[in-house]
Design a protein around this ligand. Structure first.
Ligand SMILES: Nc1ncnc2c1ncn2[C@@H]1O[C@H](COP(=O)(O)OP(=O)(O)OP(=O)(O)O)[C@@H](O)[C@H]1O
Length: 287
């Protein structure tokens, strides 16, 4: 269980102060996939980095498995951090090391024998379906393959939690889906709690159980993905929903008086919301 209680983080920007995270409280259950969605600059990255104290909050509590990380000494914190993996938008692999060495890197001071490390790395590469790339260098891999290596590396120390900071933002839609599928299987197979930061609704829809919507450093709405997106309360949540359909484009064309979408007098555009993934019967008929 991860609990943030009244967490705030302010940065000095020249003479100004930016409150990147403003009095945020949230709680993330063991084994769930928790999404944090917001537009650029909303404070998502800062918020997720507060979970492993890569960014130390100015105030508040960061409780992971009943331990308040804010109260730990540096050495104790390093130990806890080993159980919190993290992956990034730009993968952060070491360019001069092979895939094998990148994945083995977190295991170097663990006391494991060379043989044990070899076995562990092989099983991780097997999990991310990259066994045949062990000897390759990052520059020889596609973006999706690099993220798979980063995921394997993040799992080396058997973390309980995996933080994903815009992990699919640099990938095309097809590769994004394959990485999300992998994260979902990691979550199920290894029972790892996953926190996903994104600006893409598709990511939330695809894998998250719970979502928090962030705006100007605040969590403005949170709950199960179904609850939040089937009955959005905030304008920003509605904006995210509109990005998942082409309806916005149609409104724009109508407003611009484009000939292809001229509405006849008295005609209406209806937007239908379905509560399940598929429907088999028509619910509206035109006569
Ligand atoms: N180290 C820093 N020093 C100064 N300001 C910072 C720092 N890190 C973040 N900020 C500011 O805090 C605010 C929130 O930034 P943050 O990166 O957390 O947002 P974000 O939602 O992740 O945005 P993006 O998706 O564009 O990265 C922004 O105004 C940003 O400029």
């Amino acid at each position: 269980m991860i609990e943030l209680k009244n967490v705030s983080k302010t940065f000095a920007k020249g003479k100004e102060h930016v409150k990147a995270v403003d009095n945020v409280s949230l709680s993330i259950k063991d084994g769930e996939i928790y999404g944090i969605i917001g537009f650029s600059g909303a404070g998502k990255s800062t918020l997720v980095r507060c979970i492993n104290l890569l960014e130390k909050p100015d105030c508040g509590e960061v409780i992971v498995d009943n331990i308040d990380l804010m109260k730990l000494k540096e050495k104790e914190l390093r130990k806890v951090r080993q159980h919190i993996g993290m992956i990034f938008q730009h993968f952060n692999l070491m360019k001069s090391r092979t895939v094998f060495d990148n994945v083995a890197y977190p295991l170097r001071h663990t006391g494991l024998s060379k043989e044990d490390i070899k076995e562990k790395v092989s099983s991780l590469l097997n999990l991310v379906e990259l066994e045949d790339k062990a000897a390759s260098y990052p520059s020889q891999l596609s973006g999706g393959q690099k993220q798979r290596v980063a995921i394997a590396r993040s799992l080396a120390n058997n973390p309980d939690i995996l933080l994903c900071d815009e992990a699919t933002s640099a990938l095309d839609p097809q590769t994004t889906l394959s990485i999300l599928k992998l994260l979902k299987s990691v979550n199920k197979k290894l029972n790892i709690t996953i926190v996903v930061i994104t600006h893409e609704m598709e990511v939330i829809k695809e894998i998250c159980d719970t979502v928090a919507v962030v705006e100007d450093g605040h969590v403005v709405e949170q709950g199960s993905v179904f609850e939040v997106f089937s009955d959005p309360k905030q304008q920003i949540t509605k904006k995210f929903i509109s990005t998942t359909s082409n309806i916005q484009n149609i409104y724009e064309l109508i407003n611009q008086n484009e000939s292809i979408v001229q509405l006849k007098e008295n005609s209406k555009i209806l937007k239908l919301k379905y509560l399940k993934d598929s429907t088999s019967e028509a619910i509206i008929q035109t006569s």
